[in-house]
Design a protein around this ligand. Structure first.
Ligand code: ZN
Ligand code: FE
Length: 265
């Protein structure tokens, strides 16, 4: 049986988190107004079908953030078994299986009556996108922003990734960050290594260790906590710059240095 729990229940979106593979998170989202049911980044069909069955929900949509197999691996089988449609990045249309709704930067995508803002966030892949449901206080950001981390820069440049993360600046502190992996504890060890005197980070890490010791997810986290503690969002922080010996440097340089250190950590 797949472990799954309800993380948020709002007037518009009901969100269930499904852990898959070793450390993936897949999300079911239901628009209560219309009954539409979406799945965000289905790595695999099996656990998704199982939870749908248990909840008595009928899948209508797949929302993809990027083309990596651990995010779209379940798409063909889900399409075949449920007839759902697939939403994804216009710029990556050739790599998203089954795509029929193409979205671009700044688009408003209506999932039933729930409104999502689409961000193009190149860096991890060139066609990566994120969905922000402002009213539901939920950001689905795939492998762009993680709890205390960010995705590896595989296809884009450090500058692109920094600019992508900076697009989230407008997102309020009380927004839940539904990222696609449980990488937080490893991210925490790195974050402490570059930003050891950050008291907010220290408190965050304590909480993460407690949750992991109890086998609980550390995701979603809150945007406000990421702002205070995630080193990849802190490339403008004088404290972090000081800590890594880059006082006075520009944010792209600082971000690139932190990302490179993490790659080699
Ligand atoms: Zn990925
Ligand atoms: Fe991934």
């Amino acid at each position: 049986m797949t472990l799954e729990k309800e993380v948020l229940s709002m007037s518009t979106l009901e969100i269930h988190q499904i852990p898959t593979r070793t450390d993936n998170y897949v999300y079911l989202v239901r628009d209560s107004a219309t009954g539409l049911v979406g799945v965000v980044d289905p790595s695999d069909a099996g656990p998704v079908l199982e939870v749908l069955d248990r909840l008595g929900w009928k899948l209508t949509h797949v929302l993809t953030t990027h083309h990596h197999n651990d995010h779209v691996g379940g798409v063909p089988e889900l399409m075949e078994k449920t007839g759902c449609i697939v939403v994804g990045a216009h710029v990556d249309r050739d790599r998203i299986p089954g795509i029929s709704v193409e979205v671009s930067d700044g688009d408003t995508y209506m999932f039933g009556e729930a409104e999502a803002r689409v961000y193009e966030v190149p860096g991890h892949t060139v066609g990566h996108i994120a969905y922000w449901f402002a009213e539901s206080k939920a950001l689905f950001c795939g492998d762009t922003l993680f709890a205390l981390g960010c995705g590896r820069v595989f296809e884009g440049t450090h500058e692109q990734m920094w600019n992508s993360l900076s697009k989230f600046d407008e997102i309020p502190d009380d927004t839940h960050i539904f990222c696609a992996h449980e990488y937080t504890q490893a991210n925490a060890r790195f974050a402490i290594s570059v930003d050891p005197d950050n008291l907010d980070l220290q408190a965050y890490v304590k909480d993460v260790d407690k949750k992991r010791a109890a086998d609980q997810p550390t995701v979603p986290s809150l945007m406000g906590d990421e702002r205070k503690s995630n080193p990849f969002l802190r490339a403008r922080s004088p404290d972090l710059m000081q800590a890594i010996g880059m006082a006075g440097a520009g944010p792209v340089e600082v971000f690139a240095e932190v990302r490179t250190r993490k790659d080699n950590f």
